[in-house]
Ligand binder design. Structure first.
Ligand SMILES: Cc1cc2nc3c(=O)[nH]c(=O)nc-3n(C[C@H](O)[C@H](O)[C@H](O)COP(=O)(O)O)c2cc1C
Ligand SMILES: CCCCCCC(=O)C(=O)O
Length: 360
């Protein structure tokens, strides 16, 4: 097979290596997948505005985020169970992120221990959490993350439970018993225990184990149990971004969970300007959802994102060639963004303000 030259080519090659139910779990979205499609289409609503006759010999992609330096404004979004697509799992992906100078966010549903991932990683790590009914498990994970050198916690707030994802329902999707959420082994039943014909085991597990009663008031409980900054992922309105800042969040991630949670939710790129207008002067705003090339990343940066996170493409790369495949995906995205900077006469990330895009 030829070396993929676009993230879409990584999708074709990586997906072809997956069992059909895993391909559907990764590629799919919630409900009618309207948000999944609309979030990609939103990038086509904006075009870049290039400047000319600018010295672009030394484009600078480096950025600081919550006290950490990144070589590029790119991170790997938290995703459960990397071992579904490659036996080297999260360790391989974390190595790939380190090689690219990108942030790596470990999912609470990682298939390797957060300590083993940290031992393999060469770049900055954050740990993502869902609010479980057994909340003491969160305090325990926060302590372990601190001890292992993680630099922030990312609480995902768009998932009171996992959405009804029709592909997973049709496939009776479950996680194979040899792939486990090892960081939760002591706290929760295995996901495979919820497997049954005609249901998604991860949806069933989340209905049982996620805490649907959590509100803004509970955040204090979590922040009181850790010294790590708390980032909220899954914010789609200025109102909630303001509440996040008022409740001490160190950053927010504008995200609709890759179209996997509330179907018909607003595309992140459309929500981004109102949120950056409301809070970017107080806390950094991160973005994810549908970033598939350097120009997509540039559009999100222009609309106020400090960095972009990328999800599925990293798993496609991991499926293609383990660590090297995931690293190739991140390098491609970084190199495409650098080319956008050079050819649009904007050699610094600070050059990507609102004037760098026009809405069509
Ligand atoms: C297979 C898969 C697993 C995911 N698992 C998690 C998770 O454990 N926690 C979380 O906050 N988001 C999770 N997400 C959502 C991603 O963090 C991210 O919001 C989304 O994938 C971004 O969209 P993109 O895939 O188009 O880049 C998952 C996404 C995928 C595709
Ligand atoms: C009960 C397991 C839940 C894993 C959810 C991972 C996720 O967020 C996703 O989008 O899939």
């Amino acid at each position: 097979m030829s070396q993929p030259l676009t993230l879409e080519e990584f999708e074709h090659q990586g997906s072809a290596r997956m069992p059909p139910d895993v391909r559907d779990y990764i590629g799919g979205g919630a409900g009618r997948e309207q948000t999944l499609a609309a979030s990609r289409a939103a990038f086509d609503r904006f075009a870049l505005r290039p400047r000319v006759l600018v010295d672009v010999r030394a484009p600078d992609l480096s950025v600081r985020l919550l006290g950490t330096s990144l070589a590029a404004p790119i991170g790997v979004a938290p995703m459960a169970f990397h071992r579904l697509v490659h036996p080297d799992g999260e360790q391989a992906t974390a190595r790939a992120a380190g090689a690219a100078g990108a942030l790596f966010v470990t999912s609470i549903f990682a298939s390797q221990s957060l300590e083993d991932i940290a031992a393999a990683a060469s770049g900055p790590l954050w740990l993502q959490l869902y609010w479980l009914r057994r909340r003491e498990a969160l305090a325990d994970l926060a302590q372990r993350a601190e001890a292992a050198g993680y630099r922030a916690l990312m609480l995902t707030v768009d998932a009171a439970r996992v959405a009804r994802r029709l592909r997973d329902v049709r496939n009776s999707f479950s996680v194979p018993p040899h792939i486990r959420a090892v960081n939760l082994d002591a706290a929760l039943p295995e996901i495979a225990a919820y497997g049954a014909a005609g249901i998604s085991a991860i949806e069933a597990h989340s209905r049982d184990q996620f805490d649907a009663a959590v509100t803004w008031r509970d955040l204090e409980w979590l922040t009181s149990r850790t010294r790590l900054p708390l980032v909220l992922k899954g914010v789609l309105t200025a109102q909630d971004a303001l509440l996040a800042a008022e409740h001490g969040a160190a950053a927010v991630v504008v995200s609709n969970h890759g179209g996997r949670q509330l179907d018909a939710a607003v595309p992140g790129l459309i929500a981004l300007p109102e949120i950056t207008d409301a809070v970017a002067h107080r806390i950094p705003v991160l973005f994810d959802g549908g970033v598939r090339c350097g120009a997509d990343a540039a559009k999100a940066l222009a609309l106020g994102a400090r960095i972009v996170l990328v999800g599925r493409p990293v798993l496609w790369g991991l499926a293609c060639a383990g660590r090297d495949g995931a690293a190739a995906v991140l390098k491609l995205l970084r190199d495409e963004l650098e080319e956008v900077m050079v050819l649009s006469g904007r050699p610094k990330l600070a050059d990507f303000g609102r004037d760098a895009v026009v809405e069509l």
